[in-house]
Write a protein that binds this ligand. Structure first.
Ligand code: TPP
Ligand code: SF4
Ligand code: MG
Length: 351
């Protein structure tokens, strides 16, 4: 993959996080995507989220498939581990890496073609297994990289750049993620960083399968009248269920928010998501309610964004499989090869 390295000139006055790193330490190469692509705004939100979370870049593993969206890990977290896999196959590579080393933060970045078309089976299984990760789909309703064919998330009746209407029913990845058992489900919009950054931060802190569908207009093939994934359409039809701030517990919770308008959602690692509820009736702990809410607003052509569902006490695949806590590459020969006596005892236990 070609890329342009960023010049290593650091402004001495750049703000530093608790680790002494600047935002530049979380950036990657210069993007080669089309100017104005929504995916670049998502990269910027990821950079900001990890900078603000004070995460050491070498603790992150970013994985992707194939597509403009899947190219983006080159443009953020340049000092992290990275793996650009095959089209639609990122989830199985991520699962293998996560099972081998639970000490890293796993960030899967994919597109709607990558996850809802060729990779739908992989998408389903990584969520239902509860792999501890943040899974972001940069959803533009088209195969951007291969020149704008409709993807499986394109709305029925939405028009392509050449005017052809899509005749197929769309797959709503958020509804699917809820049905498949993801323990954190959210939707954002690439053009709304104020909402997206805290969503990413909360997803990183979540212990389990965290999925964020980010509507991300493709300026080359899907940002014209008739498209339901354009900037204008989403701005006009966006229904935000909540406003989010993410606060690690070491920071005091601000007290100047009027009572009754805020709900603190505790995350497994002790972090807190502060939900400023716009709608009194919306409860992100109620999965059945979330499904009904999404369907009702979808029927009205609205795109619901925000934290839609979070499980308070989630479990991940390591919990289910009772795996060893140490990364496999840290185990000694004796632990990896326990010998014939241990094997015989194990076989005897199965008899
Ligand atoms: C096995 C395989 N089939 C098809 C392709 C061609 N291909 C490359 S990217 C892509 C679609 C990408 O769409 P999406 O995941 O939505 O990413 P976007 O470019 O829109 O961000 C396709 C069909 C491929 N690379 N590999
Ligand atoms: S083709 Fe679309 S998705 Fe790809 S870089 Fe250009 S604007 Fe972004
Ligand atoms: Mg796409």
């Amino acid at each position: 993959m070609t890329y342009l390295a960023k010049p290593k000139i650091h402004h001495p006055g750049l703000p530093k996080n608790a680790l002494g790193y600047t935002r530049r330490d979380y950036e990657g190469a210069v993007s080669t995507l089309c100017a104005g692509c929504g995916h670049d705004s998502i990269s910027a939100a990821i950079i900001q989220a990890f900078f603000e979370l004070d995460v050491e870049p070498h603790r992150v593993a970013k994985l992707s498939g194939i597509g403009c969206s899947s190219k983006t890990p080159t443009y953020f977290l340049g000092n992290s581990h990275g793996f650009n896999s095959v089209h639609g196959r990122m989830p199985s590579v991520l699962t293998g890496a996560a099972m081998a080393n639970r000490d890293l933060i796993y960030l899967g970045v994919s597109g709607d073609g990558d996850s809802a078309s060729i990779g739908l089976g992989q998408f389903a299984h990584v969520l239902r297994r509860g792999v501890n990760m943040v899974y972001i789909v940069e959803n533009n309703g088209v195969y951007g990289l291969t020149k704008g064919q409709f993807s499986a998330t394109a709305d029925k009746g939405s028009k392509s750049k050449r005017g052809a209407a899509n005749s197929d029913e769309p797959i709503d990845l958020v509804l699917l993620a809820l049905a498949l058992g993801a323990s954190f489900v959210a939707r954002g919009f690439s053009g709304d960083k104020t909402q997206l950054v805290p969503l990413i931060k909360a997803a990183v802190a979540h212990h389990g399968a965290a999925f964020i569908d980010v509507i991300s207009p493709c300026v080359a093939f899907n940002n014209h009248p008739g498209s339901t994934k354009s900037y204008d359409y989403v701005r006009e039809h966006n229904e935000a269920v909540n406003r989010l701030d993410f606060m690690p517990l070491r920071e005091p919770i601000t007290a100047d928010v009027p009572a009754g308008e805020v709900q603190n959602v505790k995350l497994h690692d002790g972090g807190v998501v502060k939900l400023r509820k716009l709608h009194e009736e919306y409860d992100p702990h109620d999965k059945v309610g979330a499904l009904a809410y999404l369907e009702a607003h979808r029927a009205q052509g609205e795109v619901v964004t925000g934290l839609l569902y979070v499980e308070d006490d989630p479990h991940d695949l390591h919990d289910a499989q009772n795996t060893v806590a140490a990364p496999l590459n840290a185990l000694s020969d004796a632990e990896l090869v326990p010998g014939s006596a241990a094997l015989e005892a194990f076989n005897a236990a199965l008899a």
